[in-house]
Design a protein around this ligand. Structure first.
Ligand SMILES: Cc1cc2nc3c(=O)[nH]c(=O)nc-3n(C[C@H](O)[C@H](O)[C@H](O)COP(=O)(O)O)c2cc1C
Length: 196
């Protein structure tokens, strides 16, 4: 697949096949593609934590806990249990979840913003490589990425950031895949030429 085709075809997909799962080898392959992103001083300050099976269930329980923490104290046990079950079921639909975080390389000259920019380029590489392999992906952040409990879970420092929680699998159906297609604003609206 050529790069332009992959760029234009790739879309966020939120429903994944439960019958067919990618192999760990394929997941490693798309992460390897991520690591070819440009990076200032070749710092390569990115980290990929891959979750599936029992590992994913632990992440699901963390996600559920983060949602429970927001509830008023008087919330009933029945409601709490229902939330845990719903959050866990939702997470367990994803064949693989990859959390991308940016460690701080404290002895380097480049800024953390540069490391985050490089990390975002790495994620896009990964999404395009996945698309080429027929995989569907969904890059999210949300409560899980922003909560300090997730940083503790991953052993990240307080000032280190999670830039993506990436769901990966085969798409459930091409039809649903179409549903998520979103148009872009015309490039002319975003573009300034400086020529004189
Ligand atoms: C840093 C980042 C965070 C995102 N977080 C979320 C999210 O929390 N929830 C969500 O539904 N989509 C999230 N998205 C996905 C975007 O909503 C999606 O890419 C956008 O709607 C364009 O759709 P497309 O990927 O199909 O082109 C995120 C995307 C990026 C780059």
């Amino acid at each position: 697949m050529n790069v332009s085709k992959a760029i234009h075809e790739r879309r966020s997909v939120k429903t994944f096949s439960q019958k067919r799962h990618p192999t760990p080898h394929l997941i490693k392959k798309i992460i390897e593609a991520a690591t070819w992103a440009p990076t200032h001083h070749m710092n390569q300050a990115w980290r990929f934590d891959v979750f599936r099976g029992k590992g994913l269930l632990k992440l699901a329980e963390l996600d559920a806990q983060i949602h429970l923490d927001e509830l008023p104290e008087e919330t009933s046990e029945v409601t709490k249990t229902a939330i845990i079950e719903r959050r866990c079921a939702k997470m367990m639909q994803y064949p693989f979840v990859i959390i991308v975080s940016i460690p701080r390389l404290r002895d380097r000259k480049s800024t953390y913003l540069e490391e985050i920019a490089a990390g975002a380029a790495a994620v896009q590489n990964m999404l395009l490589a996945a698309h080429e392999e027929g995989l569907a992906t969904f890059w999210s952040t949300g409560k899980l990425a922003h909560n300090k409990k997730t940083k503790t879970f991953l052993d990240l420092a307080k000032d280190e950031e999670i830039i993506g929680v990436i769901r990966v699998g085969y798409p459930e159906s091409e039809k649903k895949y179409e549903k998520w297609r979103k148009k872009r604003e015309p490039v002319a609206k975003k573009l300034n030429w400086h020529e004189a």
